[in-house]
Design a protein around this ligand. Structure first.
Ligand code: SF4
Ligand code: SF4
Ligand code: FES
Length: 274
């Protein structure tokens, strides 16, 4: 996750805030953006409205940087690549979790203000910046890739593709933000790791050469059973990872096979008695 920008200095994509509305791209139109601002821990915050010159091809992040440079120098927003690859600029735009740098202004009804607010599942640090560090603590609990010693390093392309899809994740946490199970759990007593970590676990489990056992953790500590397959996480993923279909459902099937198959249950019971 990249840095917080609170000054007029902009970086990353290479454009300055003034270049965003350059002579070439400027139109005679202006748009309204309403940004939800607040200090650390404030949940509701306050809405502030700004008028921004419209430029061709403008994305929502451009409007935020323009406001930062011209009207509210202390506005906090996080971004880094401006290319939908670093996962830093996540926010809720008109109520939907999206990357600010990938969301075109023209896609909205410009007669209405565009509403920009921070991710609602995580605590606010300032304005549009939230504290997503809980996610990294969950990540650290997952057993890393553990190569099997009993196999030749040789597998089919479809096996590689299956694991590779999970590795496209840019850790934007939009899926974590939208998931209703995570939204209403407290960080202090987590029962559910969230779709991002089912994707990470699946990426490791699907690797043909991985030999680690993660099913018990998925079922218990990471609460896979609490997911009721709403597909909301898949819908917001900017990398188009089929989170529910290709990660969560296959992992749920493995959990059912392992822990609810009557024969396996019986064998486990016998083994425990020994
Ligand atoms: S499918 Fe499961 S993990 Fe994804 S948003 Fe719905 S409840 Fe959450
Ligand atoms: S799985 Fe998709 S939505 Fe979730 S953190 Fe990764 S890239 Fe973002
Ligand atoms: S700035 Fe990197 S993903 Fe938006």
């Amino acid at each position: 996750m990249s840095e917080t920008v609170t000054s007029t200095q902009v970086h990353g994509g290479g454009a300055t805030a003034d270049q965003i509305v350059s002579v070439d791209s400027a139109t005679n139109q202006h748009i309204q953006v309403r940004i939800n601002r607040g200090e650390a821990g404030e949940i509701e915050g306050r809405w502030e409205e700004f008028t921004v010159p419209l430029a061709k091809g403008m994305v929502v992040l451009d409007t935020v940087l323009w406001v930062q440079a011209h009207q509210a120098n202390d506005l906090a927003a996080r971004w880094n690549c401006k290319a939908a690859k670093c996962g830093s600029c996540s926010a809720e735009i008109n109520g939907k979790p999206r990357l600010m740098c990938k969301t075109r202004v023209e896609d909205f009804n410009l007669a209405e203000p565009i509403l920009i607010q921070p991710l609602q599942t995580f605590k606010r640090i300032k304005d549009l910046v939230t504290d997503v560090s809980w996610n990294y603590r969950i990540n650290a609990t997952i057993k890393p890739f553990t190569p099997r010693q009993d196999r030749e390093w040789k597998w089919f392309q479809h096996d590689a593709d299956r694991a590779q899809e999970m590795r496209k994740c840019i850790e934007c946490f939009l899926c974590q933000d939208v998931c209703h199970v995570l939204r209403y759990q407290t960080e202090e007593k987590p029962q559910f790791a969230g779709p991002r970590y089912f994707v990470r676990t699946a990426g490791l489990d699907f690797h043909p050469m991985d030999g680690a056992e993660r099913l018990e953790q998925l079922a218990d500590e990471h609460g896979l059973g609490l997911c009721n397959i709403t597909y909301c996480c898949s819908e917001v993923c900017p990398e188009h990872i089929a989170i529910t279909h290709n990660a969560i459902i296959p992992e749920k099937e493995r959990v059912v096979d392992e822990f609810h198959d009557p024969v396996k249950k019986f064998i486990r019971k016998i083994q425990k008695k020994k």
